[in-house]
Design a protein around this ligand. Structure first.
Ligand code: NDP
Length: 329
């Protein structure tokens, strides 16, 4: 029997467009677990995959969607049984492999994790790749010696998916959070998530650039990169650490070595895509114990497959706040 999917295709002129189509199970890629998808997420990378950006998708037609949660329909792998609820993030699913913008997906069992206890499949996609990445960032900062006693943690791109969940998680864990955003209209929502203060991105960037600036932050979680990361590194306290996870503001990094050699600052790279199973499970467990999903509810919007192409453009334009959930049915 056929099922609905958002098929992304490229025409002879290179234009990439997506349309909802009925496809059959035989078209699904090889894999040992088939999942009926309840919810998928919308991430910055999904915006790229839906518009042909970044060269992430090489083969068309394609089904995008880098994360999803659902129920196992068929499994040829001992670790998963029919009816079991599962979550998938990363492993280049939705880029190289067909992903979550469909009612059904076929994947490799190695890429799945069991739905964490205490979360529904919808909750898992409220969290999604964004929340997992936020948690992985916090875990790495703590491994580098950061704790709530260290001082204020700056979160950049705070109104976005990773930034807003990082703000909420840090606040729940007892950290004082400064939320940097280019959209002051979301300041109140960020305060409701637990941000102690809001930093205006334009004002932050407008301050005169020095080789080393007044130390203000114990640590930072940065989804922006570019000028924002270059500047904040110069404002990190002695012994502080920065988790660099994104490039929503650019891939360049212009800085100098003084924060590292005079203040002992640590720059940590975060990748959620290829994380080993044990690290994922530990992060999901901590999220389930920490994240107040009900309190985050106002920042969640639900859409259908038909609305995805427009939402993909919006996320690339920095116009989405919080998390967008995709219901494929
Ligand atoms: P979102 O679009 O939801 O959030 C990005 C935020 O960055 C925006 O909300 C905006 O925040 C800010 N921003 C957008 N454009 C600019 C700009 N031109 N200059 C400065 N700030 C900007 O995306 P996600 O949260 O899904 O992803 C954030 C980043 O993290 C992306 O680069 C993504 O690729 C990366 N990522 C990396 C992962 C990893 O494993 N390393 C996993 C997940 C995401 P505001 O309006 O508040 O300023």
């Amino acid at each position: 029997m056929g099922f609905r999917a958002l098929l992304t295709d490229r025409d002879a002129g290179g234009k990439v467009t997506s349309t909802v189509a009925e496809i059959d199970e035989a078209s699904l890629p090889a894999g040992n677990v088939t999942v009926d998808i309840d919810w998928a997420g919308l991430n910055y990378k999904d915006g790229l995959c839906l518009t042909g950006g970044g060269g992430l998708v090489r083969n068309y037609p394609h089904v995008a969607g880098i994360d999803f949660a659902g129920t196992v329909r068929h499994s040829a792998d001992d670790r998963y049984a029919e009816g079991q609820e599962v979550v998938l993030t990363g492993w280049r699913v939705g880029e190289v492999q067909w992903g979550g913008y469909a009612e059904r997906a076929r994947v490799n069992a190695d890429w799945l994790v069991p739905l964490p206890q205490g979360l529904s499949t919808r909750d898992a996609m409220v969290v999604g790749t964004a929340g997992l990445t936020a948690m992985l960032s916090i875990n790495r900062l703590e491994a580098a010696g950061i704790s709530p006693e260290s001082g204020v943690v700056l979160v950049t791109g705070a109104a976005g998916g990773v930034g807003s969940i990082a703000t909420a998680l840090l606040a729940r864990l007892g950290y004082s959070v400064a939320a940097l955003s280019g959209r002051p209209q979301h300041g109140e929502a960020l305060k409701a998530l637990g941000a102690a203060s809001i930093v205006d991105r334009n004002e932050f960037l407008a301050q005169p650039d020095k080789v080393l600036e007044s130390a203000r932050w114990a640590a930072a979680i940065d989804s922006v990169g570019g000028k924002v990361l270059g500047k904040l590194l110069k404002q990190i306290n002695y012994g502080g650490a920065v988790a660099s996870l994104g490039n929503a503001g650019g891939i360049e990094l212009n800085t100098n070595v003084l924060p590292f050699i005079l203040r002992g600052v640590t720059l940590i790279g975060i990748d959620s895509v290829m994380q080993p199973y044990a690290t994922r499970i530990a992060a999901w467990q901590r999220i389930a114990e920490t994240f107040d999903i009900a309190a985050y509810g106002k920042l969640v919007r639900e859409i259908g497959l038909e609305e995805l192409p427009a939402a993909g453009e919006q996320i690339l334009a920095g116009e989405i706040n919080g998390r967008v959930l995709v219901r494929p049915h």
